[in-house]
Design a binder for this molecule. Structure first.
Ligand code: NAI
Length: 698
């Protein structure tokens, strides 16, 4: 869509804002919002809009277009204003003005029509959308309900089922689907602005305002059933069901009663712990992708990516790269392994095709962009190579040497290692400033997190290009320094260690797992280990044995399970047992006997652990380890740790991540908890500075 002319019609106070342009063509008012990047309804935009509506009325314009410059129609409110007292005019005032205005208003919709943008559109008489437009009420993702009648308009426009789904999930709906549900008047393949004008020519009256329409009938028991389903999936997040409640009001109250009620709830929720936490995550995700380490540095062009190793990780990484539109060269150790690697990538692409994530044309394009072989010469044109071969230093070093022989001198060579020291891998080549760690999470084509691991030698340009790559792959990227496990797995190790201490002292796997699910984790630590397999952590513990502090308490129950070949779901048993073809964990007597025997052997009198105690201890340990990671400079800021835990390990988003959560609890609470944790297992925990008891000043 072209940029609007910035000519401003001077009409009293209207000249205060340049973000909304008002033009008149005969009796047609053309109102253009121009507030890059997403035309958010900031105070200035709302002020401009209200004046534009009033101007159209004063100019006796019969018809009017509400349109946007730039790449999208209004995509929501200005999130940075949510923490401050709301300023007049409020969005509901604009919506009311549109409905009461004598002008026939048409919303010209394209891009992402979200939140306040969707509400504005629903307050207009007609809605004309570009076929690529997508719509949604994403307030739920920020712990809110809409604030300008979204939950009251939508059921009246498209029925309660779809309205409830959109408001409580925050998912986006495509223009065609919204049109089929009755939410749009036209879907346009072409110039939506021009088509909206043509549409208006044929219209001579205002529509019945959406707010005055009645809600179509729906099945008895719909809300109860939906409430139950949401309760299960929300895992403690309050906003999904609050949005459902608000949609239900539309079935019981008039718009004029329901809308202020929704608004009041919206304003109240702005100060709720969950909304504050979710807004923290919203800003943290953006901040994490722009670490100070790359400020002012530009990235290099990216076109071709070489992936070495087509196993579990390599195939996922290759698929993610294909999906982002890169050419991919997948290199394996021999032709047989190359064929297997290609088959893995194809399975992933086929899956995407089957689920409708890509269409047949894109599928063919992605297949054509993939070359697979066993010759490193294929890496010569790559801008970045990512190795994902066996976790073995010598193998990785030899891969690096082969890549360095064939690639441009300035091309990036990255390692996906989880636990090896990237510095030792980088030492194998001549110019290690081009080496970086790109630590993907499994499955790499699905998991959002990418830890970008900086070596002391890594150049700023290489880092900047790595962050650009992450953006193109649509990953949530976080900068990490080097330590055992980087940010995420180091936190995980501390968490598991504390869980094991409780196991040895009296808790059972299902109690710890249950407590952490109740906290909001998708899974507890033991069922998760069974899912991902126990062997990698086992190998790590063996590797760390020689350097482990002898004062640190070591609980060997997991090792005993591994020795019994209880390696998790893949072997049918681990911390739990699994019935054939069923992934639900079943508590296993054998494991309980083993745990009890372990406690007895170590002279431990087992005691019970309440859910709250399990949660507090595990959270304190996470907060403490995260704080140490920041204090050591491994992570730049607390927010980086939060983003890692949320995107890589399922920490509940609505709690804001472990660091935000700890801050909300208060330093004293975490400090007290850490004292108990340290008393339980003396010699096992180093305290972060911020959790040390302050020395009394004499
Ligand atoms: P995998 O065993 O499934 O795949 C490794 C692949 O590398 C195999 O296909 C093998 O044929 C190939 N390979 C071995 N030597 C090679 C060579 N010299 N040249 C080319 N290809 C070679 O292993 P996985 O799980 O994919 O792990 C790969 C790397 O990713 C490891 O460094 C691992 O630590 C890391 N990683 C693994 C995660 C996981 O959850 N499995 C998560 C994050 C990182």
């Amino acid at each position: 869509m072209e940029k609007s002319g910035r000519s401003i019609r001077t009409r009293g106070i209207f000249s205060l804002t340049k973000l909304v342009d008002y033009q008149r063509e005969g009796d047609l008012a053309i109102v253009t919002i121009d507030n890059p990047p997403v035309n958010a309804t900031s105070t200035a935009v709302r002020t401009g809009l209200l004046h534009a509506i009033r101007s159209a009325e004063a100019d006796q314009c019969n018809k009017g277009l509400i349109r946007c410059a730039g790449r999208t129609f209004v995509a929501g409110g200005d999130v940075s204003e949510f923490g401050k007292p709301p300023q007049e005019p409020h969005l509901p005032d604009i919506c009311i003005a549109l409905q009461h205005s004598p002008t026939i208003w048409v919303a010209v919709l394209f891009g992402t029509v979200l939140g306040g943008g969707f509400e504005l559109a629903m307050a207009c008489d007609y809605r004309i959308a570009d076929k690529g437009a997508r719509f949604g009420l994403p307030e739920v993702n920020l712990g809110l309900v809409p604030g300008a009648g979204g939950t009251q308009f939508l059921p009246r426009l498209v029925g309660v089922e779809l309205a409830a789904d959109l408001a409580s999930s925050g998912r986006l709906i495509a223009a065609q689907s919204l049109f089929e549900a009755g939410g749009l008047d036209r879907v346009i393949d072409g110039d939506v602005d021009a088509q909206a004008r043509i549409f208006l020519e044929g219209v001579n009256s205002k529509s019945i305002p959406v707010s005055q329409r009645s809600v179509a009938s729906f099945e008895d028991g719909f809300f109860d059933a939906k409430r139950e389903a949401i309760k299960k999936s929300a895992k403690g997040a309050a906003a999904p069901n609050l949005n459902l409640d608000a949609v239900e009001w539309a079935t019981k109250l008039s718009f004029d009663e329901g809308q202020p009620r929704e608004r009041a709830l919206h304003l109240k929720l702005r100060y709720s712990d969950q909304s504050i936490a979710l807004r923290h995550v919203f800003f943290s995700e953006r901040a994490a992708a722009h670490p100070t380490a790359i400020t002012g540095t530009s990235s290099s062009p990216l076109d071709t990516i070489a992936v070495v190793g087509g196993g579990l990780m390599g195939a996922g990484i290759a698929s993610a790269c294909l999906n982002a539109g890169f050419k991919v060269r997948l290199i394996e150790r021999d032709i047989g392994a190359a064929d297997a690697g290609r088959a893995r990538v194809e399975t992933i692409l086929q899956g995407a095709l089957k689920r409708g994530k890509i269409n047949a044309t894109v599928f063919d394009k992605q297949r054509a962009a993939l070359m697979v072989g066993d010759d490193y010469a294929a890496s010569y044109e790559a801008d970045v190579a990512i190795e994902a071969v066996f976790e073995d230093l010598a193998v990785k070093q030899s891969v690096f040497r082969s890549l360095a022989q064939h690639m441009r001198n300035d091309a990036i060579i990255a390692t996906n290692t989880s636990y090896l020291d990237p510095r030792e891998i980088a030492d194998s080549i001549a110019n290690p400033d081009r080496v970086v760690g790109l630590h993907f999470f499994s499955p790499a084509h699905i998991m959002k997190l990418l830890e970008i691991v900086r070596l002391p030698q890594t150049s700023k340009a290489v880092l900047a290009t790595s962050f650009e790559l992450a953006k193109r792959l649509r990953k949530t990227s976080v900068l990490s320094g080097i330590c055992d496990g980087f940010i995420g797995n180091r936190m995980l190790a501390a968490y598991r260690r504390q869980a094991d201490y409780m196991l040895a002292d009296g808790a059972l796997p299902k109690e710890i797992d249950g407590a952490m699910r109740a906290f909001g984790m998708p899974m507890g630590p033991y069922e998760l280990q069974d899912l991902t397999g126990l062997q990698i952590a086992w190998a790590n513990r063996k590797r760390q044995a020689a350097t482990r502090d002898p004062k640190e308490r070591y609980v060997a129950i997991a090792d005993q399970l591994c020795e019994l070949e209880r390696l998790g779901q893949r072997t049918g048993k681990g911390w739990y047992r699994y019935e054939d073809g069923n992934r639900s964990p079943v508590p296993d007597e054998t494991v309980q006997v083993l745990i009890n025997a372990y406690s007895a052997e170590h002279g431990i009198t087992r005691r019970t652990f309440e859910d709250t105690e399990i949660q507090s201890r595990l959270i304190a340990v996470l907060a403490n380890e995260g704080a140490r990671i920041v204090e050591e400079g491994i992570a730049e800021r607390d927010l980086d740790v939060d983003v890692v835990k949320i995107h890589g390990y399922g920490f509940p988003r609505w709690r804001g991540g472990p660091m935000h959560h700890a801050e909300a609890l208060g330093v004293k609470k975490v400090r007290d908890q850490m004292r108990l944790v340290r008393e339980q297992s003396p010699g096992s925990w180093a305290l972060a500075e911020r959790y040390q008891v302050p020395q009394k000043v004499r």
